[in-house]
Design a protein around this ligand. Structure first.
Ligand SMILES: NC(=O)c1ccc[n+]([C@@H]2O[C@H](COP(=O)([O-])OP(=O)(O)OC[C@H]3O[C@@H](n4cnc5c(N)ncnc54)[C@H](OP(=O)(O)O)[C@@H]3O)[C@@H](O)[C@H]2O)c1
Length: 286
């Protein structure tokens, strides 16, 4: 029954049963249509294979076509349908257009924005390359933030969905050897926590995942220790559980949660002195 907008409260029959709100895409529901960016790489590949099952469609994005095809083959062997798209996320406008095309043909209930780049100022360098800092900002922050809103716009019209942004524990510390990378992930973290509040009333659930070191080609470039290293399989389990639980933020492994707390409690001058002494280095990209 429609209630005219100008009816006074006294005239409204309070016993009229209102239609129940439309069902929302609930947390914990097994995803049926998942977009994964960075599906050609370590964590994204692992997530794709773990979500793959009969009845599930996976839209897999990456740059390297042959690695994407390898991910797709592994997913199809587990009974999933796959669609592939090779594109460079440093072109944000193209990514938004591609997102809308793919979502129109296969509406996503879950979007995992996993693609990312890392970079460090090597010992031989005095500064980070300006072009690299720009690319880090585009691929790690600007495009995922734009795609989050493109996804939210579509998901809210169909009663919700889940969006997961893969950040990094680098967001929580001042890293003089990786200002571009840390800054891009810090921007992503603040974007995710803000978007989570903004989009919750629309039924769109935003999760930020901040891993420590994961044993993938990205961290394998680092010269030096990778403390508390976890496997891609373990990383994928954490990420899938965080999405299923509708967790706002998931930082793993746990020692990095302690380090974040210690960082916050340490006086800035002391913290700056400690960070300035860290000797970081990485192998050049192939
Ligand atoms: N590994 C770690 O220790 C670690 C720690 C903290 C956070 N993370 C985050 O976890 C995410 C996944 O990293 P990973 O460890 O799986 O790294 P990875 O093995 O190097 O994979 C990175 C993925 O991102 C894609 N990618 C990179 N640049 C791209 C671009 N410009 N356009 C489109 N796709 C692009 C790669 O595609 P192609 O291979 O096809 O180029 C690849 O699929 C990243 O966001 C990363 O920052 C990783």
């Amino acid at each position: 029954m429609d209630i005219p907008l100008n009816d006074t409260a006294a005239n409204v029959n309070r016993n009229v049963s209102r239609p129940p709100p439309p069902p929302r895409h609930a947390a914990g529901v097994t995803p049926a249509c998942v977009l994964i960016t960075g599906a050609s790489g370590g964590i994204g590949h692992e997530l794709a294979v773990r979500y793959a099952r009969p009845g599930c469609t996976l839209i897999l994005w990456g740059r390297d076509k042959s690695r994407l095809q390898a991910t797709a083959a592994a997913c199809e062997a587990r009974g999933a349908r796959t669609h592939l798209r090779a594109l460079d996320l440093s072109d944000g406008e193209a990514a938004i257009t591609a997102f809308r095309e793919d979502d129109t043909s296969t509406p996503f209930d879950t979007v995992i924005l996993c693609a990312g780049l890392s970079d460090m100022k090597r010992q031989a360098d005095r500064t980070e390359r300006a072009e690299d800092v720009l690319r880090l900002a585009l691929v790690n922050y600007a495009t995922p933030a734009a795609l989050t809103m493109a996804a939210a716009e579509r998901m809210q019209a169909r009663n919700g969905g889940a969006i997961c942004l893969i950040g990094s524990v680098a967001a929580f510390h001042d890293l003089p050897f990786a200002a571009g990378y840390g800054g891009s992930k810090a921007g992503l973290a603040r974007f995710a926590s803000s978007a989570r509040i903004a989009l919750a009333p629309l039924g769109v659930r935003v999760t930020l995942v901040a891993p420590g070191f994961v044993d993938t080609p990205m961290s394998q470039r680092i010269i030096g220790p990778r403390p508390f290293l976890v496997s891609p399989a373990r990383a994928a389990r954490h990420i899938m559980a965080a999405i299923a639980r509708n967790q706002g933020e998931c930082v793993f492994p746990w020692p990095f949660r302690v380090l974040r707390l210690i960082d916050r409690l340490t006086p800035r001058p002391l913290r700056d002195r400690i960070m300035a002494r860290i000797d970081a280095d990485q192998k050049p990209t192939a």
